[in-house]
Design a protein. Structure first.
Length: 382
């Protein structure tokens, strides 16, 4: 494993407009890219490494490069679902460290709500041996995992509901969040059922949105207009594509991706100050907190109860409101990086976690399939 600890930094981050924008996917990507580059004190003329994935665009790097007027000497179009951008963070660190590029732009845009308006009932890639059961994918796959966790460990719907309530409490402090009105556990339990045992408030938002991350080598940190955020460790893993091929519905490959990221960073879960998880569904947060080492397997339901991951709790999780309340344009992973960086810079205003030095950003792709973990740190962690 190549040791990347502290060798590259995140120099700029930004979102596009979020919610219902009326813009196209490439417009949103461009908007986010321009804002992130400005945050880094750079322009598209400086970018020579392009990392991007856009659902439905098989040659997304070509589309995005043309639209932005970038002619990169290093390109990565890795597409492993919503975890792609945390994977890009890892790949960009490798490329920068190897000298394959000098300024890496990771960028995403999706007009999911404006162009489609709702979560699709079943993607075309559902294999024929699952199609006969007419799954409402992706919700049905995550519902299977939730049901199995409930059966095996006694996890309750009320505990899952606490995840949604905590996310909304964080979102209430984020002016960019799409949903900010308060909800209760009873509201979550009483919401329309989507795929048993997951109701509408257990499921992520459907919004437009884009995000961008700019990275450079650490030697340029002194020239940056904003405090540098160091990439300390990263790890990737995947065990399956379809939910029916998942070896154990209660254990994800995050167990491996986290171990690799922690080993590179030289930290453990207990050292992390703030956690940003891919919460497409409430069960995700429970599973990932277990698999990333914040609690033992089967204890996730109890762990998220009592406000532990909400504002004022002992472990700040998804401090922007997450995919459940902040935004979810179909692929959420880049927003875990953006919020991690803002927390480590001290830029999160009312939701700022005091003294945050270490952040974990975790991406999930497919149906609990691709798992990518990154550990980011302030200069004080070097």
């Amino acid at each position: 494993m190549r040791d990347l600890r502290g060798r590259t930094v995140v120099a700029g981050v930004a979102e596009s407009d979020l919610g219902v924008t009326g813009l196209g996917s490439l417009d949103l990507a461009a908007q986010a890219a321009a804002r992130a580059l400005a945050d880094a004190g750079l322009t598209t003329r400086d970018v020579d490494g392009l990392f991007t994935a856009v659902a439905g665009r098989g040659m997304a790097p070509l589309d995005v490069g043309e639209y932005l007027g970038i002619r990169p000497r290093y390109t990565d179009g890795t597409m492993v679902g919503g975890s792609s951008f945390v994977s890009h963070l890892h790949h960009a660190a490798l490329a920068l460290d190897a000298g394959a590029c000098d300024v890496a732009l990771i960028v995403y845009g999706s007009a999911l709500r404006s162009e489609f308006g709702k979560l699709p009932a079943g993607p075309p890639e559902v294999p024929n041996y699952e199609a006969a059961y007419q799954p409402r994918s992706p919700a049905s796959g995550y519902a299977l995992a939730a049901a199995r966790h409930m059966h095996e460990y006694g996890t309750t719907r009320e505990q899952l509901a606490e995840v949604a309530v905590a996310a909304r409490q964080w979102a209430a402090m984020n002016p960019k969040a799409y949903k900010r009105d308060p909800i209760t556990v009873d509201d979550v339990l009483g919401a329309r059922m989507v795929s048993t045992p997951l109701g509408a408030l257990d499921c992520c938002l459907v919004t437009d949105g884009g995000g961008a991350v700019v990275m450079v080598r650490a030697e340029r940190a002194a020239d940056l207009p904003k405090p540098p955020v160091y990439v300390l460790g990263a790890g990737e893993a995947h065990w399956h594509r379809t939910i029916s091929a998942m070896p154990d519905l209660t254990v994800t490959a995050a167990t491996e991706s986290a171990a690799r990221a922690y080993a590179m960073a030289g930290v453990k879960a207990a050292d992390i100050d703030v956690v940003q998880l891919y919460d497409a569904f409430t069960i995700n947060t429970v599973l990932f907190l277990e698999d990333l080492g914040f609690c033992a397997k089967g204890e996730g339901g109890a762990f998220v109860s009592g406000g532990r991951i909400a504002p004022g709790g002992s472990l700040p999780v998804n401090t922007n409101g997450g995919g459940l309340s902040y935004c979810h344009p179909g692929m959420y992973g880049i927003f875990t990086i953006i919020e991690s960086v803002r927390q480590l810079r001290g830029e999160s205003a009312d939701r700022q976690v005091e003294g945050a030095r270490l952040a974990l950003a975790h991406g999930n792709g497919g149906q609990l399939s691709s798992q990518v973990t990154a550990v980011l740190g302030s200069a004080a962690t070097l």
